[in-house]
Design a protein around this ligand. Structure first.
Ligand code: PLP
Length: 303
């Protein structure tokens, strides 16, 4: 099955992705007035499961609350929809996309009344993370963070992020790492963290960054294995002098940034702490898949 031949969920109905359509007056289209989630699904030891589904839906609730859209589904309904969406597709690795917008209304800035949120979910195949990237790391460039001050909301208004990702592409890099007033914020679609003298350090979760599910997973894993962690402001100088710099996201897991603005990070190779965390992350996915099976095992279409 090709990525565009899948089934999607739109406003209570399942349909071929190719047949799905919404009103041009949807406030997501007109204003970018909506929020979203991306949940990775992998097959680990024969169990196909979403990774950290619960935290993703907790963050969706947080984003909905922040923009005052009432959550159209209960957690159980979201998990059921997620399980069904996974089952409707043959791919062992998937990216589940979930979007809720304020709904369809006459174009006018204030929140409309009596409008039903638009709910859209689909799945696409999630390619393997290239072994070459895990082995050698990726390159990044830096840029001033010119986005708004609600980067903690997972808003579908992503123009600032899109421009920053394109900046990376235009400069032959894999990601743009952003700096605000001399301090590290995050990547265009990833969180950024570093290692100095064996300590994993990342910016605190403020309005300046998305509270990444993978960022939390990395910190949980590091702490569990006795690695020191710090969440605090990180200066540009610290970023450039780090022993290791990493990016993290649901789609890319954790990757080492081995070149930053053309300069070598550390010794130019993914560092020892990265290698440990990357391996422990695979173990965490295994544990999470078992938890999903235990909680949801008998309730999917395939069961
Ligand atoms: N920061 C930004 C701006 C993002 O868009 C993303 C993911 O899309 C992340 C960080 C990483 O978040 P997560 O680990 O939840 O995928």
């Amino acid at each position: 099955m090709e990525w565009n031949e899948g089934t999607c969920y739109l406003n209570g109905k399942w349909m071929p992705l190719a047949d799905a359509s919404i009103s041009v007056l949807d406030r997501g289209f007109i204003f970018g007035d909506g929020v979203y989630e991306v949940i990775p699904v992998d097959t680990v030891d024969g169990i196909r499961a979403p990774f950290h589904a619960w935290p993703h839906y907790a963050r969706l609730q947080r984003s909905l609350d922040a923009v005052r859209i009432s959550n159209p589904c209960s957690l159980e309904q979201w998990l059921d929809l997620t399980a069904e969406l996974i089952d409707r597709h043959p791919w062992p690795r998937q990216l589940i996309y979930v979007q809720v917008t304020r709904g369809v209304a006459k174009r006018d800035h204030p929140f409309p009344t009596g409008v039903t949120p638009t709910v859209f979910m689909n799945s696409t195949p999630w390619p393997q993370i290239p072994a070459e990237q895990i082995e050698n790391g990726v390159s990044a460039v830096t840029h001033a963070d010119e986005r708004w001050l609600h980067c903690d909301i997972k808003s579908i208004s992503l123009l600032g992020n899109v421009l920053m990702k394109q900046y990376a592409m235009d400069h032959g890099a894999s990601e743009t790492v952003m700096l605000r007033d001399g301090f590290l914020t995050e990547g265009s679609s990833t969180n950024t963290m570093l290692v100095k003298d064996g300590v994993v350090i990342a910016p605190r979760k403020t309005v300046q960054i998305l509270p990444g599910i993978t960022y939390d997973a990395v910190f949980d894993i590091a702490r569990k294995h006795g690695i020191a962690t710090e969440r605090r402001p990180v200066t540009e100088a610290e970023l450039r002098a780090a022993d290791e710099v990493w990016l993290s996201s649901s789609g890319r897991e954790v990757l080492a940034i081995t070149r930053l603005d053309g300069a070598t990070v550390g010794n130019g190779r993914p560092g020892p702490v990265y290698k440990q965390v990357q391996a422990w992350m695979q173990q965490a996915k295994r544990e999470d898949a078992l938890a999903w099976k235990a909680e949801r095992g008998g309730r999917t279409l395939a069961a």
